[in-house]
Design a protein around this ligand. Structure first.
Ligand code: GSH
Length: 326
């Protein structure tokens, strides 16, 4: 495809050299307790997601790990994109039962009637005003981990420990640039050079993390942090979606012994595997109308593997008690 024939959904985000540069977020007012911020409040906010999206999935995992299910409600759009974007077709009557909306686009249109970007998930909506509160997919988990702490369940783990924040932030930046967004930069590239650049950066970063995880059960030791959630949501989609559809195929996740064991380990922890819908992931990336062209999939066939049993196999990482070397 030449750069003259840009993909209709992503056209605004494709540069002249064929590079994919994601749009910026519409709802960016932080959660917090200062004037002008969205004050955390139990029962007021609703997180909207669709199950195939790695960025939305990480907010859903953190919500579960921190025990915020009763505090922030969850609305689930279908993982098949319509011409108007994500639709609540899984719900009775095709509308979100709390917000009464049919499309996530309605939240974006209400926030900015002139909005021309893609209406994306995750987005947290204020159910009192019906307005979008925050769609900052990069920071959303950090808000849940910090300013939402008065609402965490008793004994919730600290996913963003104060003394590690600068290291977590630095690692999150490279995980985002080369891995989370890296697979999209490869998949949505409209030039060979842009694809190869993203592919090389992705696999050199995965090689680096493969080494890091040889001696450390999780990225920072024997405890889970925000960085593990971010890495997991891309890895668990890798062989099902990115390898075949986005052509990130130097090798599969299962060819990296440590990254594969690490992904199974996380999958088997409540909050990770039980929020991962492999069937939704497989069918969305392969057969959602807006992605079919990337997989040259004119008939919308989607694959049956990998399956849950693959992720439930023994990982044998329990003996790794930490020891990640800085
Ligand atoms: N909010 C970010 C990232 C989140 C994102 O890309 N979400 C995807 C799903 S993973 C989405 O909602 N896409 C909507 C669409 O493509 O229309 C963005 O605007 O690019």
């Amino acid at each position: 495809m030449s750069t003259a024939e840009k993909h209709p959904v992503f056209a605004a985000e494709l540069k002249a050299d064929g590079t994919f540069v994601p749009q910026s977020n519409l709802f960016t007012t932080p959660f917090g307790y200062k004037p002008g911020e969205h004050r955390p409040e139990a029962g007021r906010y609703r997180l909207l997601w669709m199950k195939a999206c790695p960025y939305a999935h990480r907010a859903v995992i953190v919500r579960r790990l921190l025990g915020l299910e009763e505090v922030i409600s969850l609305g689930t759009a279908s993982h098949f994109r319509t011409e108007y974007g994500w639709e609540f077709s899984l719900d009775e009557g095709g509308v979100d039962p709390v917000l009464g909306i049919r499309y996530i686009k309605e939240i974006y249109d209400a926030g900015d009637p002139a909005y021309k970007g893609r209406p994306t998930v995750p987005v947290i909506v204020d159910t009192v005003t019906g307005q979008g509160a925050n769609s900052d997919y990069f920071r959303l988990t950090n808000y849940l981990e910090t300013v939402w702490s008065p609402f965490h369940k008793t004994g919730a783990q600290d996913l963003y420990p104060q003394q590690l924040r600068s290291e977590i932030d630095a690692l999150n930046d490279v995980i985002f640039r080369d891995i989370n967004s890296g697979v999209y930069k490869a998949g949505f590239a409209h030039s060979q050079a842009a694809y190869e650049q993203a592919y090389d950066a992705l696999f050199s970063r995965l090689d680096e993390l493969e080494q890091r995880l040889a001696h450390s059960r999780y990225l920072f030791g024997d405890f889970i942090t925000d960085s593990d959630v971010r890495l997991y949501t891309t890895l668990v989609r890798f062989d099902a979606a990115y390898y075949p559809v986005f052509k990130t195929n130097r090798n599969r996740l299962t060819d990296f012994p440590n990254l594969w064991g690490y992904t199974k380990d996380l999958y088997q922890i409540p909050g990770f595997g039980d929020t991962t819908d492999l069937a939704a992931i497989r069918s969305s990336y392969h057969a959602s109308p807006h992605l079919r062209g990337f997989a040259a999939n004119p008939y919308g066939i989607y694959p049956l593997g990998p399956e849950e049993q693959d992720f439930l196999a023994p990982h044998r990482r329990e003996y790794l008690k930490g020891g990640y070397s800085r």
